[in-house]
Design a protein around this ligand. Structure first.
Ligand code: DX5
Ligand code: ZN
Length: 223
């Protein structure tokens, strides 16, 4: 599988989201950061914008819910046509039911771990999920520095998948740019979220292609 690149619209111009999606037409997923001012300090966007965005682009939407009560809201994002709906392990009350409900509504189910949350505590739950989003910053804001000390967690996830213990796709989010993506790819991530690195580039589409090429060149076993 080739590396997947998911530009985060958190760093895009919110007044022109349809155009900002077009600017990254070659992206694999479009990452949508939903923040509720409770689970994280920041406030971004919610369901009505995802419903509109779904009509404005064919890029699969990767909705990352940084919200306090995902058990109540996540299924709505799946029903709105999100390709993948990710909830936070630290916020979800019934993670196994959550995954089943998201899948029943037609989306892939993702589980995200904050930097301080241990992967090994969630392995059994992750058997019910399609994607694992490993945060490489504290969730809440774009433009933060990549936490290289999360790479053992990514390597452990890669190992659990490669040894058949999990079937999740391993996604990393936070501080990914042309340099840090090398480490994340070497650690074995499959999918790379990048906000500021894509949308602050002169040509966001070219930035996506360049990130993908760098990730491919640094995958385990690529050279
Ligand atoms: C942070 C968000 C990220 C953010 C990444 O809480 O979950 O998706 O957009 O932005 P960069 O790539 O700028 O760190
Ligand atoms: Zn995110």
């Amino acid at each position: 599988m080739k590396p997947l690149i998911a530009p985060s619209i958190l760093s895009a111009d919110f007044a022109h989201l349809a155009d900002e999606a077009k600017a990254v037409a070659g992206a694999d997923w479009l990452h949508v950061d939903v923040m509720d001012n409770h689970f994280v300090p920041n406030l971004t966007l919610g369901l009505p914008i995802v419903q509109s965005l779904r009509k404005a682009t064919d890029i699969p939407l990767d909705c990352h819910l940084m919200i306090e009560d995902p058990d109540r809201w996540a299924v709505g994002y799946a029903e709105a046509g999100a390709y993948n709906v990710t909830v936070h392990a630290e916020a979800v009350a019934d993670p196994i039911a959550m995954a089943a409900n998201i899948r029943a509504a037609g989306a892939k189910a993702g589980l995200s771990l904050k930097p301080g949350t241990a992967l090994d505590d969630w392995v059994d739950v992750l058997r019910h999920y399609d994607t694992l989003l490993i945060m490489t910053v504290e969730p809440g804001f774009g433009g933060q520095a990549f936490m290289a000390d999360m790479m053992p967690k990514v390597r452990r996830a890669r190992n659990l998948v490669d040894t058949g213990h999990l079937t999740v796709l391993v996604e990393v989010d936070g501080g990914i740019n042309a340099e840090t993506i090398e480490q994340a790819a070497e650690a074995g991530a499959d999918c790379f979220v990048a906000g500021s690195a894509v949308y602050s580039a002169e040509d966001p589409g070219a930035a996506v292609a360049a990130l993908r090429a760098t990730a491919a060149a640094h995958r385990p076993g690529s050279g």
